[in-house]
Write a protein that binds this ligand. Structure first.
Ligand code: NI
Length: 255
């Protein structure tokens, strides 16, 4: 049984000491593919470096809404996106939980990076937090996303999921669905068409129960898959296989 962790940050400094060891371990534990996601210029460069070192690792490049005080060099993002291991532009989007003061700038940079994705024929990885309405507004009215995309660590908001699916997006669940206080998890898991379902860890964050609080790694994506299998009354093996195929489809990975 093989898994695809569609969103992890092995470019994070929390993996500086033991990155190579962890990446070897996850491979030995049936994590067949991982996408390492950038969130500013530096982490995007690092994601590409890691992806080029390991066959089973892919990268994304982008500037997240929480990194707009770093260098906003969109030409650099576009040039980085030409690397053959880059499979998406992201993580990009809106975050009014951490940043309420610059909503217009967030929307502007989100739109501009979607333009890059469209030009480069890549999907997008969307980060949205406390900004559901505006995120959907951008995607519906401001720019059409050419190559689909992923609501990463998707908020457990049933209306958002329904609208996102209607727009053709994929929904990626993380450890958030295993948390004891996540009331809507089951309903949200059931609301996603099986061909739009993805799993991720968002390592080193969002560690699933019962390891919440520890540093996350891609092996724990199995706990997310396990939760989905229980809720949907399916075999873990089928969830693994379907989510892996879905991830290869959205990221256009052929092997
Ligand atoms: Ni992330």
């Amino acid at each position: 049984m093989n898994f695809f962790d569609t969103h992890a940050h092995y470019n994070d400094e929390k993996f500086e000491e033991d990155r190579n060891i962890i990446i070897r371990e996850i491979k030995e534990n049936n994590i067949k593919y991982v996408t390492v996601v950038g969130y500013n210029i530096e982490s995007s460069i690092k994601a590409i470096e890691i992806a080029n070192k390991y066959d089973n690792i892919y990268a994304t490049v982008g500037i997240s809404p929480n990194d707009l005080d770093s260098q906003i060099d969109l030409e650099k993002i576009e040039s980085l996106a030409q690397d053959k291991k880059v499979v998406a532009i992201g993580e990009i989007g809106l975050d009014y939980y951490w940043n309420k003061e610059n909503k217009d700038l967030q929307k502007d940079i989100f739109v501009k990076q979607i333009e890059i994705a469209n030009k480069m024929d890549l999907p997008i990885s969307i980060h949205t937090r406390e900004a559901v309405y505006d995120t959907l507004e951008v995607l519906k009215n401001r720019i059409k996303v050419k190559n689909s995309g992923i609501f990463h660590c998707c908020p457990l908001n049933i209306e958002l999921i329904k609208e996102a699916v209607k727009l053709g997006f994929y929904i990626s669940f993380s450890g958030n669905v295993t948390f004891k206080n996540s009331k809507n998890a089951n309903k949200c898991i059931e609301a996603v068409p099986i061909d739009k379902l993805l799993i991720e860890t968002d390592s080193p964050y969002m560690t699933p129960e019962p390891y919440r609080g520890k540093r996350n790694n891609s092996i724990y994506v199995k706990l997310v898959a396990q939760k989905i299998a229980e809720v949907r009354n399916m075999e873990l093996e089928d969830i693994a296989k379907i989510t892996l195929e879905n991830a290869k489809r959205v990221y256009k990975i052929v092997d």
